[in-house]
Design a protein around this ligand. Sequence first.
Ligand code: NAP
Ligand code: 8YV
Length: 309
Amino acid sequence: MPVDILQTHKLLDTCEQALAERYTVHRLHEAADKEALIAELAPRIRGIAGGNVSADLIGKLPKLEIVANFGVGYDTIDTKAAKAANVRVTNTPNVLNDAVAELTIGLMIALARRIPQADQFVRQGKWPGGNMGLFTELTGKTVGILGLGRIGKEIATRAQAMKMRVVYHGRKRQPSEPHIFYDNLTDMARDSDWLVLIAPGGKGTERIVSRDVLTALGPKGMIVNVARGTLIDEPAMLELLQNGGLGGAALDVFEKEPAVPEAFFALDNVVLSPHQGSATRQTRDAMGALVVANLDAHFAGEPLISAVV
Ligand code: NAP
Ligand code: 8YV
């Protein structure tokens, strides 16, 4: 008898196909009445594929054994509730490191050289009226990385290739890393030209980039957020971008995404991206395969590939 699993949001076609070949899949995101579907399926659901799994949902599924999160960040999974209910949780680390690091460097270059604005400048026929102006370079600048983890290390490697000086902040120094460690984020921001955020979301990092940190980064400072929107005091960042207190921002994630404050749209010192860090076919295929592999391992009674709970 195939195992019943609940899919919580749209997944890549290859992942959905692999799930359908193995399991009886119920798509919560397509249900007209989600609560009715949950109530109907409650006695049967043993696994969840996707994300956004609250304590409430876990409490409504007495047979739930595993949540296979589609993403390395699992801040939308109530891991405390999962642990209390003896539910395993897995994520999709490493397979997306390069994709996210590449987009990060791309966003940095786009902001430094105003590439989106340059494209519009030509498309809108403004060039004949004169050149666009002069901006800045990455070479020789200091980039402070908040979160020198799996992805952070790939960003650091690429930043060094751009002749940047890398420093980092985290909860602990990493002795094997050659870069200067700052145990204080505000101090690192003060000493950096660029601040790149690539630490996890959740309570532990909520608004870790405060107004003070942003002010320390300063009027020529550039911030890049490829982590979670919750890491930044977004209203303070917007105000500083508008009044010259912060040089620029390249943002792939937002506090209330996909809703983005429209005030960002009017700013020329901002590059905006719709949470695209891992959005390549190759990487999303690999993430989906990891979701399936974790579910398969669990239901085969084998060790999980990438467990977080
Ligand atoms: P990781 O390997 O666990 O690295 C996380 C890093 O953050 C570690 O270096 C850790 O260092 C640091 N950190 C954790 N908590 C911290 C805190 N409270 N204060 C300061 N530093 C802290 O994770 P990863 O695989 O690199 O992924 C990182 C995050 O990127 C994910 O959780 C996700 O939110 C985000 N992400 C975004 C996208 C996108 O599409 N934009 C794609 C993938 C991932 P210490 O342990 O020393 O603190
Ligand atoms: C995912 C991400 O696309 O892996 C993560 O943590 O932020 C992205 O790779 C996203 O989480 C899927 O909803």
